[in-house]
Design a protein around this ligand. Structure first.
Ligand code: ADP
Ligand code: MG
Length: 275
């Protein structure tokens, strides 16, 4: 993509669940270096917007583009391969895997070695008695082992970035809640995204943890050269770090702009008063 071209774009996106208009004529454009906020009262359609952008739901109307590519009808993992990663409002980790393996799985999903790629292709397969021996041979190849080491290093780096090195070998389910949330971000980064969508990453954290996380998100944006879109229920928190904020209410975009502008918007104040 050319410099400054939108990495993620929604164009007139609407989605309806039965009679409920969860999102109406939603427009959005995220570029590299952006740190945008998506806010609104409970049930406003924020998570739905993420689900439509990432292929979990199909829009009833409108278009989603990732890296300029129209992705309507694509599956979530296909969209992820184009450089869009996300976290969920409800934590979705592999609970019985270690912190390290949770991240490695994501790294692996992006750059998996194929048997063909290590010279154990169709012809070689005939030389093995069965499939299992073929795979065993694959695991012993220097290239596979080299890749394994690289994946581990990559995952270790992401754990370090997210302040989780001390949890490397602990099962995800045993981590404190705030650390599980950070592990989700580490895993999302493992797929090497260009755009990162964070759905209430600070939910359930205390004030201090929340503030620290917001600073960290800004650092991720810079260090990984991302475009970031973050959903956060707490208006003050988002306003502290985001340059542009979109406000949803009942699926409609009621305001968009700089924090100061959004904060004093009458429609926004009314929407939050009613919450
Ligand atoms: P937010 O994340 O802003 O709190 P959501 O996007 O989760 O809000 O929900 C917006 C509205 O869409 C809510 O009324 C919710 O009940 C409804 N909704 C979300 N997902 C579904 C679904 N899969 N089926 C039916 N209704 C849904
Ligand atoms: Mg939500």
């Amino acid at each position: 993509a050319e410099a400054g071209a939108p990495l993620l774009q929604a164009d007139g996106v609407s989605i309806q669940f039965g009679g409920l208009k969860a999102l109406t004529d939603f427009n959005l454009s995220v570029r590299q270096g952006d740190l945008q906020g998506l806010i609104g009262p409970n049930g406003a359609g924020k998570s739905t917007a993420f689900n439509v952008l990432t292929g979990v739901y199909q829009p009833t109307q409108g278009e989603v583009r990732v890296g300029g590519q129209r992705v309507n009808g694509w599956l979530p993992h296909q969209i992820n391969h184009l450089g869009l990663a996300r976290t969920f409002q409800n934590i979705r980790l592999f609970r019985a895997l270690t912190a390290l393996d949770n991240v490695k799985v994501a790294c692996r999903a992006q750059g998996a070695l194929h048997p063909e790629g290590v010279g154990l292709g169709a012809k070689m397969k005939g030389a093995f008695i069965n499939y299992r021996d073929w795979w065993r041979a694959l695991l012993l190849t220097p290239r596979f082992q080299q890749e394994e080491r690289e994946l581990t290093q990559q995952a270790e780096h992401l754990l370090e970035v997210m302040g989780l090195s001390h949890r490397r070998d602990e099962e995800a389910r045993n981590l404190p809640y705030g650390e599980q949330r950070r592990l989700e971000i580490a895993r999302a980064l493992g797929t090497q995204p260009k755009v990162l969508l964070l759905d209430e990453p600070a939910a359930g954290m205390n004030t201090r943890e929340k503030a620290d996380l917001m600073v960290l998100i800004r650092k991720l944006r810079d260090d990984f050269k991302l475009g970031v879109l973050v959903i956060e229920h707490d208006m003050k928190l988002v306003m502290g770090i985001c340059e542009c904020i979109t406000v949803l209410d009942h699926g409609e975009t009621i305001a968009r702009g700089a924090p100061a502008q959004v904060r004093s918007d009458r429609k926004v104040i009314e929407a939050y008063l009613g919450d």
